[in-house]
Design a protein around this ligand. Structure first.
Ligand code: 2HG
Ligand code: ZN
Length: 474
């Protein structure tokens, strides 16, 4: 069952015995995912402190045919960083590679190691009066390597794109132990295949990202935030198009929240309150921002909301009057995951459709789920402005959590049938991980999956990098 003791000895010699964790008490936190969907059993947890040490670990494991599961902040929603139950896979934790290597305010680039948190990267950028424009709820724990390996999206995708769009350069340890130093910070560099993009979104199946050069943006000097009750799913979209038409360059975030999700946050997260007079069935959060100092975004947002109120698109709205109020409003959105976790079992559908079809998705997926499982509770929320909705579900009041979770494939497939009809994707921003490889043949079969398998075979012929994730078994 277990690996040769000599492999562990060699790993200890390579990275220091203190950084090879084998005691169950020490490895427990690395063995399970944030949602506790999976309970893995690592052979050991390896915590190298440099790129050279990562390479040494990969070489030793490769020579022994031992698999590695790269892990950052362990915030995956799809079990992408959790080892299997076999007891044979090593968790490769990047947390000690957490340095900011360089920040260049003229080039507008940040060179940062994989184990630094996204939040640390954001702070470094702010100190130089720049913006690292990726914003996700888990940014305090999520690490750069994981963010890139999953091509994270989040709240500002509509303006700045996903993680992929921010990557100028990468440093990667390949499955054969070679280090690829691709830490270039060039805006133009047409020299063949764009290799860095192969590793972004690969979920650790092709190699280990150890550092990256990220593209920064000008820091907003002004922002304005509104929380609105909207009349319907269509009204939410109409409000978004209004914002976009009025000033496309200023829309920083546009989030949708269904009534039940907000109610769960209010019930389970202490210190939260509804900033409107009455609860509603649909809410929208609008954030405008600009690097220009001379704009008046609050006035702009007020005018926009006044028009939308007059037309009955918006039923009620509040504009944050202070930074503290803005943060309180963002919490109503950002605490959805935590509130759902505290509320009990949930089935997540991280899906996307063209923005124009979000209302149809919300309506049709709800109808399909209610027909399948009467009484099921829909907790739908997400990034309306880029078409990515978290169409999550809680069990009917009278149903046991375990009975509900046992039907997860059936429920996900029901939602996905709607998503497919609307031209969407079964995985928008959380990735495929351990949860969704079974969906790959259906959604990405034929030439696409064949090409992915050939890439995997060419780069990691031994299948030592995060096996069982992303690609389905043959
Ligand atoms: C978010 O947008 C995250 O808050 C988590 O992507 C979504 O918990 C979820 O389903
Ligand atoms: Zn999200």
């Amino acid at each position: 069952m277990h690996h040769d003791a000599s492999l562990l000895d060699a790993l200890r010699a390579a990275i220091g015995a203190a950084h090879v964790l084998t005691d169950v008490a020490d490895t427990a936190a690395y063995a399970t995912d944030w949602r506790r969907l999976y309970e893995g059993r690592p052979a050991a947890v390896l915590r190298p402190g440099s790129t050279a040490e990562v390479a040494a670990v990969v070489r030793l494991c490769g020579a022994a045919g031992a698999a590695l599961v790269p892990q950052g902040g362990n915030t995956s929603m799809v079990g992408g960083a959790t080892p299997s139950e076999s007891g044979r896979e090593f968790v490769l934790s990047l947390g000690r590679l957490n340095r900011i290597r360089d920040l260049d305010p003229i080039d507008q680039t940040l060179s940062i190691e994989a184990g630094a948190t996204l939040h640390a990267g954001q702070q470094a950028a702010l100190e130089a009066d720049c913006l690292l424009p990726l914003a996700i709820g888990s940014q305090g724990s999520a690490q750069i390597g994981g963010v890139l390996s999953t091509n994270a999206g989040g709240n500002n995708t509509l303006r700045y794109g996903n993680a992929r769009e921010m990557v100028l350069g990468l440093e990667v340890v390949l499955p054969d132990g070679q280090v690829w130093d691709g830490l270039r910070r060039l805006r133009k560099d047409n020299t063949g295949y764009c290799l860095r993009q192969l590793f972004v979104g690969a979920e650790g199946t092709l190699g280990v990202i150890t550092a990256a050069v990220l593209k920064l943006q000008p820091r907003p000097r002004q922002s304005a935030l509104a929380f609105c009750a909207v009349a319907s799913e269509d009204a939410a979209l109409a409000l978004f198009t209004r914002c976009h038409r009025a000033d496309p360059a200023a829309v920083q975030a546009f989030e949708y929240m269904g009534g039940l999700g907000v109610a769960l946050v209010l019930r389970h997260i202490p210190g939260t309150s509804l900033p409107l007079a009455m609860p509603a069935a649909h809410y929208a959060l609008i954030e405008l921002a600009t690097p220009r100092a001379d704009a008046d975004l609050s006035a702009q947002l007020e005018a926009l909301l006044a028009g939308a109120l007059a037309e009955g698109i918006v039923q009620d709205a509040v504009i944050a009057a202070s930074e503290a109020q803005a943060q309180a409003i963002w919490r109503l959105r950002e605490e959805h995951s935590e509130a759902q976790k505290r509320a009990g079992a949930s089935i997540k559908n991280d899906i996307s459709v063209p923005v124009s079809r979000v209302p149809a998705l919300l309506r049709e997926a709800r109808a399909a789920c209610e027909a399948l499982l009467p009484g099921v509770r829909v907790v739908a929320f997400g990034h309306l402005g880029d078409g990515n909705i978290h169409f999550n579900l809680e069990q009917p009041e009278a149903m046991a959590a375990a009975d509900f979770l046992a039907r997860d494939h059936e429920i996900m497939d029901t939602v996905n049938a709607v998503v497919r009809r609307l031209g969407g994707s079964f995985s928008a921003e959380h990735g495929v991980g351990r949860l969704k490889p079974y969906m790959m043949p259906d959604w990405r079969g034929g030439a696409e999956l064949d090409l992915m398998r050939r890439i995997k075979q060419a780069i990691d012929p031994q299948d030592i990098m995060n096996p069982g994730k992303l690609l389905p078994p043959r």
